[in-house]
Structures are given as C-alpha cells and as structure tokens.
Design a protein around this ligand. Structure first.
Ligand code: SD4
Length: 307
C-alpha cells in the first residue's frame, strides 16, 4: 500500500535517484526540492546515460535537456544545453529567476554561467566515446527499442551500442501532499544536431497538476510529443482513470497513431495521483520504474505493456 511521502522515477537508475529525493522527503521537505535533488544524482553519475556522461549527438557533442514543474504550475526548462553538469538546476533557476519558462542552446548556457554554474570541459565519457566511435562506422540513426530488455545495463543494440534510455523522469509527493516533477536527459543518442525530444517540453515529458496528479514520459520523444504525452496522462486521470489506466490510455493512443510502426519504438509513462497512487504503462516489454513510499521500501517495478 502506498503513502505519502512518495517518489517514483523511470528505469533502474531511478533507484539511486529516489534515494536522493528521499533524503529531502523523509525530513518533511518539499516535493520540488526532492524532484531536483533526486535527478541530480543521475546527472552526476558518469556511468549512466543522463547528464554529461551521456551519448553525444551525431556531431559528437553532448547536449542536455531538462525541465521541472512544481505544485503551482510554475515550470522551467532548458534545452540543447552544453557543458553544464546539472541542467535540472538550471531549469529550476529559469523557473524561479526569469520571467520565462524555457531557455535553449547558447542562451541557456549563458544564463547558467551567469548564475554561477561552472562550464565543464567538452569531453565525452569513456563509454560515450566508445559508443560514438562505434556509431560512426555506420552513422545510422535508428532508435533501438528499450535495450534494457536484454537484462544487461550496458547491452548493445544494433546501433553501435547506443543505450536508448538516456532519461530520468521523477515524480514526488511530499508529506503535505504536494506534487512536483523533473525530467533530464542527454536525449536520444546520435540525434541530429539541434534535435529536441519530449523531455524538456512541459506537457510532453512532464506535467503536474496538483489537484489531479503528475505524469512523465520516457522513450521515443517524437512520439510522446505527438500526443502531448504527460499532459494527456494527467487529463485521463482528471477524467477519473487510475494512474496506470491513464498511462495505458495514452500508450494506446500512441499505438493507434503508429500502427505497424509501433513495434519499432518504445514509449513509457509513469504517473501518480493526489492520493499517492502510482502507476505506469509502456508500449513494449522491458520498462521498469523505481518507487519509494512512506514504508521507506525501495522497489523496482516491471511495468505492464501493450504489445
Ligand atoms: C528523448 N525521451 O530525448 C527522450 C529519450 C529517452 O530513455 O527517454 N530515453 O526523446
């Protein structure tokens, strides 16, 4: 049984992120602070595909996207941000210290530096360097469905070892019952330069309505954007669906639009409602999400899937 406070996040890397969030939630802290702190753990870890350790774009440059949303419809986002270790914190500064919601590219970096974030060296992690060199042999952009399926974290798909789930999305509910969420990614590996996915887009990668619930996405960003994914999940919850049923309804919408091509992609949603009930649903097998609730039990839950 679930209970406040609560944190859920995508993939097995969510376990460590949840612990980061839990440090704040367990002391009665704000969901917003937990949402930021949780994914910072993932951004800082070099052996995961989020943050500066992630795979580069096809020109060999790591570009990061992130967004954050609180319980009062405040939101902030950065996209195509280079050489900054914690895009989620820059997104939060955009939310709290500018009149805007979203900053991109050079302007986002300029703002980050002005806010005191250090510029990190433009250097690929060892894993990313290796994956990029391998990818250059064919230079084909073809997303690999959810390669966690194979059971090995560093498993390689047909595209030069591209690890496809290079995102963490996290939803937190604090002891007061307030909801917030965060999402951060290096985006799809070997994407076109300038490509943005769903992760920095409020309403696609993340959406929070404190009177209904919160939802977030991972997987093929283009197909999450197509249905304004996270917002759609929240709207289904508003209509009375449970978090899991709402995620499933959104996945069914993607599947219907994609037809036969649905088999080539992965799309996954996680959601939590105001009562602290959580759920998830994926298009394909292999998606897992991490949960930590008031019982302080860490769990990794295998999501149900459609195909
Ligand atoms: C994107 N949704 O950039 C992200 C990628 C992702 O696990 O979630 N990978 O499209």
């Amino acid at each position: 049984v679930v209970g406040k406070p609560l944190v859920i996040s995508t993939w097995d890397t969510g376990l460590a992120a949840n612990l980061g969030a839990w440090k704040i939630l367990s002391k009665g802290g704000r969901a917003l602070d937990a949402a930021e702190a949780g994914v910072m753990v993932t951004e800082a870890s070099q052996n995961c595909c989020v943050g500066l350790g992630g795979n580069p774009d096809r020109d060999g440059i790591v570009t990061l996207d992130a967004c954050i949303m609180d319980d009062k419809f405040n939101c902030g986002s950065v996209a195509a941000l280079e050489r900054i270790k914690h895009p989620i914190s820059v997104a939060r500064r955009v939310m709290e210290r500018t009149p805007h919601v979203m900053l991109v590219g050079e302007g986002a970096q300029q703002f980050a530096v002005a806010q005191g974030f250090p510029l990190e060296p433009q250097k690929l992690s060892l894993d990313a360097e290796k994956a990029y060199r391998e990818w250059l042999k064919t230079s084909q952009y073809k997303p690999v469905v959810n390669i966690e399926n194979s059971g090995s974290k560093k498993s390689t798909g047909p595209v030069g070892g591209a690890n496809n789930h290079d995102t963490i999305a996290l939803l937190a509910q604090d002891a007061q019952g307030n909801l917030s969420g965060s999402c951060t990614t290096s985006g799809m590996g070997f994407k076109m330069r300038g490509r943005l996915g769903d992760s920095p887009l409020i309403g696609s990668g993340l959406f929070v309505d404190n009177s209904v619930g919160a939802a977030a996405a991972t997987g093929q960003g283009e197909d999450v954007i197509r249905i304004a994914g996270a917002h759609t999940v929240v709207e289904f919850m508003r209509q009375g669906l449970s978090p899991k049923a709402a995620c499933k309804a959104a996945i069914e919408r993607v599947a219907k639009i994609k037809g036969e091509k649905a088999r080539d992609i992965q799309v996954c949603f996680i959601a939590v409602n105001t009562q602290g009930v959580h759920g998830a649903f994926a298009l394909q097998k292999g998606f897992s999400y991490a949960v930590c609730d008031a019982s302080n039990q860490q769990q990794l839950i295998q999501s149900e899937y459609l195909l």
